[in-house]
Design a protein around this ligand. Structure first.
Ligand code: BF8
Ligand code: SF4
Length: 630
């Protein structure tokens, strides 16, 4: 076996530089260039104190003009902006979840989509009080899909998924009035509250921000994750590879990028179709290689071991290799830059969703009803494009690492079951994990999530913090682009246990796991909420007492803020490496970093110095240990 070592930032940067050289040759633009052109950023925007909510404005807050024309102050303006930001994220995740529920409605035994995990479907049905006895599994799937869709607009009650949380957490939510009602209602309510002449009280705006976030994590995202598992299978550990070196020089390379597994699963199926492979071979390729970018990549890596080409800020690099026949996208986190960039190469930029339409793309409308036909067409377009490749522009940086991914909550429990001595409880328990933390073999856990952001040197905050945690015997669960950062660097190779403290190293050996566990896409942060809830029960303490913190060191999107809000609202202290755009309001800063602790027993910490951020996370974990006397 080759010797294990992490891929260094220098190697990654050098690979990017080489690709940018190719870019220059063909006159391509790059995010590096555009980021330079956009800095310094507008200070009003950065601090969240520019209001464009009505056409009397825009109004900007300065010492000379402390109020907008309507009289709204910096706190109201920054608060409204923060709530709208959250609503954008909650809507986006939840609409993804809704699409999944609609796809679930199309499942049939011989159709494009089937029930892959009937046991999970039955478990959820029982949770929701739906009779499963003697019911055809497809009838049950359709019934559950309708019930789930009702969660988006039901007139009364709160999210069904809240029942998964521990009693104490649910009481806090009830008291703080942040239990999400219908998912769409919380987004709508956020837009209503932020309309001109509605809420300008920072407290009310923060409260609804938490509630809208909850509608995402304990609503729409949970629908997305759970019903994706039902259709495509609940992830279990699987080996794959990560970084640009997963592209194949002699094969047709199809990149799937975006978020919804309904598309990527079908593309993967058709790329395996013998007829398509034969077509590829007849055109001089050795076969068809599918690789992923962003969360779609996480989805198909977790379930099918499809390699991960890169995360958010690597998306242009994939095209710059000159070896990408098609980059097939659905929704979210797709740079509009991919259109013009693909035109500099032979690459086909294929958009598929009316939700994300972009200039300079080939649009192939994808829908669950005609999924097979659409996917076949897309794969064929990509294969036929192989002959147009410009060989002189092909350069694939030879960087890749092995990764073991696929740690759903079910997979984590199964892994622990294998090593636990307790023969009594084999139904899936997190007790061994709780015991490791109690005994100090592990000091605690970090849920690291989120994006890349040009404000932070690409991936360095993710990797720097992960290494620091590992050395301190803190285990990590990851999702989104954070997970891909880890995989690209080599931290999901089981041999990375060598970078851990003695305790964590022993746990990795015993359980045969990498020290950082890939839990999926950003929608799958709902898995982390279930994990935290179950851990709280097995630990015998409240979620907020577990030595566990959340962290998004390089976040950028509205979705990330929505996530942050539901993670904090679930009782998990959350550390951000990029400061949200609220600093123009002392009240907003106070609410988010301190005030909300009275409601949910957790709050945010903002710190852009990553070393300091890591120290603060460790200190917080140790504080929680001390409070428990462990
Ligand atoms: O939902 S981590 S850059 S890809 S927003 Fe986007 Fe951020 Fe990546 Fe997935 Ni999440
Ligand atoms: Fe200005 Fe008030 Fe209109 Fe905002 S809502 S733009 S602060 S007048």
């Amino acid at each position: 076996m080759d010797e294990f070592r992490l891929t260094s930032f220098e190697e990654m940067d050098a690979a990017t530089e080489e690709l940018l050289e190719t870019g220059k040759k063909v006159g391509a633009d790059s995010w590096q260039l555009r980021a330079k052109q956009q800095t310094p950023h507008c200070k009003f925007g950065e601090q969240g104190i520019c209001c464009r909510i009505c056409s009397m404005g825009p109004c900007r807050i300065t010492p000379k003009a402390p109020k907008g024309i309507c009289g709204c102050d910096a706190h109201g303006i920054a608060g409204r902006n923060f709530l709208r930001f959250t609503a954008g994220g909650a809507a986006t995740h939840s609409d993804h979840g809704r699409e999944i529920c609609h796809t679930l409605h199309t499942v049939s035994p011989n159709g494009s989509y089937r029930v892959s995990d009937p046991e999970k479907l039955k478990r959820i049905a029982e949770e929701w009080g739906v009779e499963t006895e003697g019911k055809d599994i497809y009838d049950l799937a359709h019934e559950m899909s309708e019930l789930a869709l009702m969660e988006y607009g039901k007139p009364f009650g709160v999210s069904r998924w809240l029942s998964r949380a521990p009693e104490h957490t649910r009481e806090l939510w009830h008291k703080a009035e942040i239990e999400p009602r219908a998912i769409d209602r919380e987004v709508s309510c956020a837009m209503h509250m932020t309309h001109m002449g509605c809420s300008s009280l920072s407290e009310a705006l923060v409260r609804q921000s938490l509630r809208a976030g909850m509608a995402d994590g304990w609503g729409g995202s949970m629908c997305g994750t759970e019903f994706s598992d039902v259709m495509f299978g609940t992830p279990m550990p699987v080996d794959t590879e990560a970084n640009l070196g997963v592209l194949e020089k002699d094969m047709v390379n199809i990149i799937v990028h975006g978020h919804d597994p309904s598309l990527s699963e079908m593309i993967v199926n058709y790329a395996e179709d013998p007829e398509m492979i034969a077509l590829a071979k007849s055109l001089g390729a050795k076969g068809i290689n599918v690789a992923g970018v962003c969360c779609t990549s996480n989805e198909v890596a977790m379930r099918r071991g499809i390699p991960m080409a890169g995360n958010f800020l690597a998306q242009e690099n994939v095209v710059l290799t000159g070896a990408c026949e098609a980059i097939v996208v659905d929704v979210q986190c797709i740079f509009p830059a991919l259109g013009p960039l693909s035109k500099c190469f032979h690459t086909k930029f294929i958009t598929t969703s009316p939700i994300a339409m972009m200039p300079d793309s080939d649009f192939v409308r994808f829908s669950p009803e005609s999924a097979a036909e659409n996917a076949r067409k897309i794969v064929k377009l990509a294969v036929e494009n192989f002959v147009n490749r410009k060989q002189e522009l092909v350069h694939i940086p030879q960087l890749k690492q092995k990764a073991t991914v696929g740690y759903s909550v079910e997979a984590i429990k199964k892994t622990l079951d294998k090593v636990t001595n307790s023969q009594v409880d084999r139904t899936g328990t997190l007790k061994p994990l709780a015991d490791c933390i109690k005994s100090g073999v592990l000091r605690g856990a970090v849920a690291m999530v989120g994006c890349n952001n040009p404000k932070v040197r690409f991936d360095t905050a993710h990797i720097g913090l992960m290494r620091k945690m590992l050395a301190n015997d803190i285990i990590l669960v990851l999702s989104g682009c954070s997970a891909q950062a880890a995989a690209k660097a080599g931290l999901m190779d089981k041999r990375a246990k060598e970078l851990c403290g003695d305790g964590l190293k022993r746990v990795c050996e015993l359980c045969d796991i990498p020290p950082v566990l890939h839990m999926g896409s950003c929608v799958d942060i709902s898995r982390m909420m279930v994990l935290a809830s179950d851990l709280s029960r097995d630990f015998g303490v409240n979620i907020s007492q577990i030595p566990l913190v959340g962290c998004a060191p390089e976040w950028m999107s509205e979705k990330a803020v929505s996530i942050g809000n539901y993670v904090v609202a679930t009782g998990i202290d959350t550390f951000l490496g990029v400061t949200p755009q609220i600093t123009g309001s002392s009240q907003m800063v106070e609410w988010l970093t301190n005030g909300i602790r009275d409601w949910v027993e957790a709050a945010y910490t903002f710190e852009t110095d990553i070393e300091k951020l890591g120290d603060m996370m460790i200190a917080r974990i140790e504080e929680k240990r001390a409070a428990l006397g462990i």
